[in-house]
Design a protein around this ligand. Structure first.
Ligand code: AMP
Ligand code: GLY
Length: 425
């Protein structure tokens, strides 16, 4: 089979490595991929949002199956366009991808289907939003309706911050048309858990739960980033929380999407907050998370391609989806200064024995040399019998990988381990 993966970060690298385990895979293309992914797939310099070029490439190269891994092409309808020329895909069509593409859609969807989430109001008029903030409960969260490169949610600790957020999003159009509408919502507290799930529109199978570390610096300080590290399984997702999440959130979401004529096929990501009143939805994503995928897929024992094909064909209930009993930790090695200004173009050295543990996000090839080209450069994953072992192993591996200006958090998994220790006492 010839497979095409659309995207080019650590998540796509993890997907490609897992797909390659299936012996019927003869070729994997990655559009556009990156210098590190080039070791495991043929990277083709086509942008992940150039849908006509992606479709032409798939036709010209007789691609048998496409995995659209990134949010933007999914929200733009890449799957619909590929299906129209006969290329089956892993991923939701445009109608279903709106669950990530529009915050207003997803919030209204949860409200009308009684799915627990933060209370909220929608505004299309900045003046009305500012007026509402005069009496709103603070802290609060202001979110742009449309895609904003993961930066569209602003947690505001004061009224002034919230007003500023409204100005930036609605008046200065910081995220363009994505800010024509905003959601202002209740601030929730509790640990966050990402539950990625496979679904064919009917059956839904949650994967091992994981927890991301979004802030740039240790102890959850510094700016929000695309994610600085992940652990799985997330200890906050206890059997009790799982039961509540399945009954109140995961099953009702898949059922309601189908009932509303938007059956979701692919990976549906539930971003949950475990609040004192139980799990609530922070956000839905219409795809695998990054860097959650870099801990979830290494723990998957079953064949990824078979599962993906089953989500497309609607027979997910007949396919085994099993995860190992162990744990995994992924530490992101970034360019110092990220998510603000940073230097790039430095050579990356990865010992041969570690290549299988590394998922490359921001690097390019210069001849045979791999050079840093982004803020988040690569993820280093280790699996172990438990979280303690996985975290220790991941950090041992990080020490053996080097590039100038490398920066990584030293406390990935620390809070999760403390939580586990408290539970055991
Ligand atoms: P989002 O883009 O909706 O995933 O939000 C990004 C991050 O902002 C989340 O991972 C949370 O850490 C935080 N956040 C979003 N919504 C809320 C909320 N209602 N209460 C508290 N934190 C939130
Ligand atoms: N890790 C969060 C995301 O993929 O959106």
């Amino acid at each position: 089979m010839k497979i095409m993966v659309v995207g080019g970060g650590g998540r796509e690298h993890a997907i490609i490595k897992k797909l390659a385990e299936n012996s019927s895979v003869e070729k994997i293309y990655c559009l556009p991929g990156n210098g590190g992914i080039a070791a495991d797939a043929e990277c083709v310099p086509i942008s992940s949002t150039d849908i006509p070029a992606i479709v032409s490439f798939a036709k010209d190269n007789a691609v048998d199956y496409a995995v659209v891994a990134q949010d933007d092409p999914l929200v733009m309808g890449c799957v619909d366009e590929l299906n129209a020329v006969g290329v089956p895909c892993f991923g939701p069509d445009k109608k279903a991808a709106i669950i990530e593409g529009s915050k207003v859609f997803s919030k209204d969807f949860m409200r009308r289907n009684n799915i627990p989430t933060a209370e909220y109001e929608v505004f299309t008029d900045a003046e009305k939003a500012l007026e509402y903030l005069e009496t709103a409960k603070i802290p609060t969260v202001v979110k742009a309706d449309g895609p904003a490169l993961g930066k569209g949610a602003l947690v505001c600790m004061t009224k002034d911050e919230a007003k500023n957020a409204v100005h930036e999003i609605m008046q200065d159009k910081k995220f363009g048309a994505s800010g024509d509408r905003i959601v202002i919502e209740e601030f929730m507290t509790g640990p966050e858990v990402s539950v990625l799930s496979f679904t064919d529109g009917e059956t839904v199978i949650p994967m091992v739960p994981s927890t991301d570390h979004k802030r740039a610096h240790d102890n959850d300080e510094g700016l929000n980033t695309g994610g600085m590290g992940t652990v799985a399984p997330s200890p906050y997702y206890t059997p009790e929380v799982h039961k509540q999440a399945m009954e109140r959130i995961i099953l009702p979401t898949v059922k309601a999407m189908k009932a509303e004529g938007r059956p979701f096929k692919g990976c549906l990501y539930f971003g949950l907050m475990i609040t004192p009143e139980g799990p609530k939805v922070v956000e839905y994503n219409c795809r695998f998370g990054d860097p959650e995928t870099q801990v979830v897929l290494p723990l998957l024992k079953s064949d990824l391609l078979n599962i993906m094909l089953a989500t497309t064909n609607g027979n997910l209930k007949d396919v085994p989806v099993e995860f190992s009993d162990g744990a995994a930790c992924c530490v992101i090695m970034a360019s110092s200064g990220y998510p603000e200004k940073y230097e790039k173009g430095f050579e990356i050295t990865i010992p041969d024995g570690l290549k299988s543990s590394v998922y490359v996000a921001g690097a390019k090839l210069d001849g045979n040399r791999l050079l840093t080209s982004g803020g988040r450069v690569l993820g280093v994953t280790a699996c172990g019998k438990d979280l303690e072992e996985a975290v220790a192993e991941a950090y041992k591996k990080c020490e053996k990988i080097s590039f100038e200006n490398a920066y990584y958090r030293r406390d990935i998994g620390k809070k999760a381990l403390e939580f586990l220790h408290r539970q055991r006492r």
